[in-house]
Ligand binder design. Structure first.
Ligand SMILES: Nc1ncnc2c1ncn2[C@@H]1O[C@H](COP(=O)(O)OP(=O)(O)OP(=O)(O)O)[C@@H](O)[C@H]1O
Length: 515
């Protein structure tokens, strides 16, 4: 008899005209880490939601611990030991660690009175299972993302999880935190818990996986023991093509006379300080440059970007754009001057989630669509512009009139990027532009970024991923603890050990600011 915790047979699911899953078969053995990879929109989250009982499949059956369901409800799924940790963790931010961990268990027991000691005991028992110490009384909003992740895992464990789905658990974690999470995941596996681990970071997948399944366009196109695949193979299965990243080389005057390599920077930041966030930041950005700012989370990168964009005023120092000093107090002013910011958090800062793609893409350039005779917006031009943008960035969607909240995470990120590129900025600040974006789409985004830099836009590319910084940037600032700890010009970036050196500067040694 097949003793697998999960057997999904022939699962199909469509939303309107979109076939999100096509006859997917998927099995998970006890104590197995089965990774699930696929490009944005390939159906990974939909599959999780079908097993969790959130979506009813149009076809197929789910067998959990030997029990067969044509339509598995949320309650069935939980009873069978299925737990899902979604990307946004779904914790109660104003409640304590103990309450968050114990709440599901106590709700299921239908307790009428609050027994604080029991809450703490339940929570402590789960924290012991992952060998982690977190103050039980601390509120969630005061915890790091990594500790929130642990709280979410503990909450799942309190419900006797047998099969744990983790949807991109490492997206917002630093390298050290990822290492710790991976240790916890491997430990859960040793305890016999099965895990479906979804990630775009293929190196992590290769580190934890026993088995790797690949989805493409709603179909499972491969399912291999981890020992039989490597990252290149996975990319090939995911995208159906070989993805090779081109390194950005800034064009010189000789290469491109149109793009004057001028002596004057387009943007200059001088001794900028915001107390408690970053201090004494100076750099120059020239036309056609992609300046990388790399540092671990908390390095002050995002706060710096927000200041340049008029959102986070400095205590001292200057931002100078094309020779004139700027005192931006709201984003309208930098946008008028030609500065755009693609923010780190697309869901809260970058999109109108309940509006369609057209409204989102055109929101930054509405003035281009004014119809002077009737005083109305020219809907047809807006739709055509949106079609161009989504074609260029390969956004997977049924229609330009789909609400953005129904797009997959990576496709949402492409919409944010598209709407800011549409403003034709002179300076484009990209804060972690490929978080949650799959490998194929990343390549398209990199190509697009490099292309607009070649046209003369100055780009600031913020990231904590060393490979993407090395691929895309011709100069790099390394930040740590609110300070610039190193400036690396294009020559320094050629060094063989540059990856190791940047890692050291970000996490260990104290580097020197050299220019
Ligand atoms: N509720 C919904 N309504 C309409 N379409 C949907 C809905 N949920 C998902 N889709 C569509 O189904 C397809 C699969 O989406 P899904 O979120 O499962 O992809 P994914 O592989 O998880 O992507 P990502 O890696 O970007 O999170 C996409 O085209 C998406 O737009």
């Amino acid at each position: 008899m097949n003793s697998n915790v999960l057997i999904a047979k022939n699962i199909s699911k469509s939303f309107g005209g979109i076939q999100a899953l096509k006859k997917v078969n998927f099995e998970v053995a006890p104590g197995q880490i089965h990774c699930l990879v696929g490009e944005n929109g390939s159906g990974k989250s939909t599959f999780v939601k079908v097993v969790a009982g959130v979506h009813a499949p149009n076809q197929g059956e789910i067998i959990l611990n030997g029990h067969k369901y044509d339509r598995c409800t949320v309650a069935d799924s939980i009873r069978e030991g299925v737990q899902v940790i979604y990307q946004d963790l779904l914790l109660f931010n104003h409640m304590s660690v103990a309450e968050n961990i114990a709440i599901d268990k106590l709700v299921v027991q239908n307790k009428k009175l609050v027994d604080w000691q029991e809450i703490e005991d339940v929570a402590q028992e789960q924290l012991n299972k992952v060998a982690t110490k977190i103050d039980l009384k601390e509120t969630i909003e005061n915890l790091s993302i990594a500790n929130r992740q642990i709280v979410a895992i503990c909450r799942a464990l309190s419900m006797n999880a047998k099969l744990l789905f983790m949807d991109e658990p490492t997206t917002a974690l630093t390298k050290r935190e990822i290492d710790r999470l991976i240790t916890v995941v491997l430990d859960l596996k040793k305890k016999g818990i099965s895990i479906v681990f979804i990630s775009h970071k293929l190196n992590e997948v290769m580190e934890v996986a026993d088995q790797v399944a690949i989805f493409r366009d709603g179909e499972k196109v491969g399912d291999f023991p981890a020992t039989q695949v490597n990252e290149q193979m996975l990319i090939y299965y995911m995208t159906g093509r070989k993805v090779e990243q081109t390194k950005y080389i800034q064009k010189t005057k000789e290469d491109k006379p149109i793009l004057e390599v001028e002596d004057k920077p387009i943007l200059e930041v001088k001794e900028l300080t915001r107390i408690g966030h970053y201090s004494d930041i100076s750099f120059k950005l020239y036309k056609g440059e992609i300046l990388g700012i790399i540092g671990p989370m908390g390095a002050g990168r995002t706060e710096l970007a927000m200041t340049i964009f008029g959102l986070n005023p400095q205590n001292s120092g200057k931002v100078i754009m094309e020779d004139s000093e700027c005192w931006f107090t709201s984003p309208e002013q930098p946008i008028k001057r030609g500065i755009s910011l693609v923010p780190e958090n697309r869901q809260t800062q970058g999109l109108f989630l309940r509006k369609d793609l057209t409204d989102n893409v055109c929101s930054t350039i509405l003035k281009n669509f004014g119809n002077n005779v009737l005083g109305l917006l020219d809907a047809e031009s807006m739709i055509n512009k949106t079609k161009d943008v989504i074609k260029e960035l390969r956004v997977v969607t049924g229609s330009v009139l789909t609400e953005v909240q129904n797009l997959s995470g990576g496709n949402q990120q492409k919409v944010v990027l598209g709407k800011w590129i549409a403003t034709l900025p002179k300076v484009l600040i990209l804060d972690s532009p490929t978080v949650g974006v799959d490998v194929g789409a990343r390549q398209e985004i990199y190509d697009r970024i490099q292309h607009i830099a070649e046209r003369g836009v100055g780009i600031i590319f913020i990231s904590d991923e060393i490979p993407e910084i090395l691929t895309n940037c011709n100069k790099v600032l390394v930040m740590r603890g609110g300070k610039i700890v190193a400036y690396l010009d294009s020559n320094s970036l050629e060094a063989d050990d540059i990856h190791k050196r940047i890692y050291g500067l970000m996490y260990e040694e104290q580097g020197n600011f050299a220019g």
